[in-house]
Ligand binder design. Sequence first.
Ligand code: NAD
Length: 425
Amino acid sequence: MKKIKFPKKETWQSLLQRPTKQVADIEQTVLEIFNEIKLKGDLAVNKYTKLFDGVEFENLKVVEKDLNKAKISEELKQAIQLAKGNIERFHDAQRTSKVAIETMKGVVCWQEKRPIQKVGLYIPGGTAPLFSTILMLAIPAKLAGCKEIILCTPPDKNGNINPAILYTAKLCGVTKIFKIGGIQAIGAMTFGTKTIPQVSKIFGPGNQFVTVAKQIATKYGVAIDMPAGPSELLVYADDTAKASFIASDLLSQAEHGIDSQVILVTTSEKMMISVEAEILKQLEKLPRKEIAAKAIENSKLILVDTEDEAIELINEYAPEHYILVSKNEDYFLDNIANAGSVFIGNYTPESAGDYASGTNHTLPTNGFAKQYSGVNLDSFLKSITFQKISEKGIQNIGKSIELMAEAEGLQAHKNAVTLRLKSLE
Ligand code: NAD
């Protein structure tokens, strides 16, 4: 793990670079696959499933019989149900009520939310079957009232979907599940095929191929939740933190994928040294040691002079996950401007938000926390505005509209008001 002491500001940009490939590196492949899916539909989806996942299917859809067959332990079922309850409670509490106001006498405007009708959920499954992501996406989709909720997830080498994915999907009420992953899944949901429905918005994290494909899908009129790529974690810890806890958090994100990145920022050299030693110790015992070790190569321990410098650096990085353990907790909380989700204190591991505390784990990565929010109830809703103007109302605002329309040279706009005003004379 690279140790960087007191980096100069001019070096921050290169220091904070992510190990992920950029859109341009993958764009050409995505465009080729998308074009083929547009032309050949299921045939192309099958071709790429064979190429990238090594399996071929007669039917890309999971059938009811397979859904019912999915067996997982009672203990795991209960854990999933506990998480479901917390995630439901937190997301249900995010509902906002109708906003209505009479902007001037006789002019009533209001805003109401309506669900996006057709949504597609991408559940990563390449290196780990992320059934927890189903909870994070299907629960708010259901609460929002989306009519059609489809799910795509890559098959394993034998063409199967992990039973925990099937169980969780069924528990959350998702019944249209397709055994496809990567670029071909995003392409299929963007254009629709004979088997896979086209959707209006695609949700969910994934590796860099999935993330770039989602970004390109927007060029074809599909909305996306956000670019949610390889996981990242930045921890700020001072001497009040427990080094073994911090190391376990950093490793928890490092084990996601070789392109994950974890960073420790600290004002304490002692903490930096202790965390590094703990990481090496704990890494040895991890089953996904090889993946985590590769990600650790991309990762950094950064020692800074002051807390001001620390928060400036954190905001510049805009981490997906931000763990904060400091005696000056309030200072760091008040001044955080860019982060996907924040975890506070020694007893708030990032894993809690990944699974069960209630917050959503589909979050902006790669610096996108500067302008995107993580998935929440509103991600599945649209705000529609309404207005109703009375006779008195049109008399109150009519003249202004006429003047503005005329100034813009839009005579038909003006006429739409003039006719009404005349009818009231
Ligand atoms: P994945 O489902 O995202 O990707 C697997 C698919 O990638 C395969 O089906 C295959 O089609 C495609 N693929 C693999 N190699 C390819 C290649 N060379 N060319 C084209 N396509 C290729 O699963 P994964 O790979 O395990 O990645 C999951 C990712 O999700 C991790 O990077 C993890 O960090 C990230 N994640 C992010 C969040 C978040 O909120 N940002 C949350 C959870 C997970």
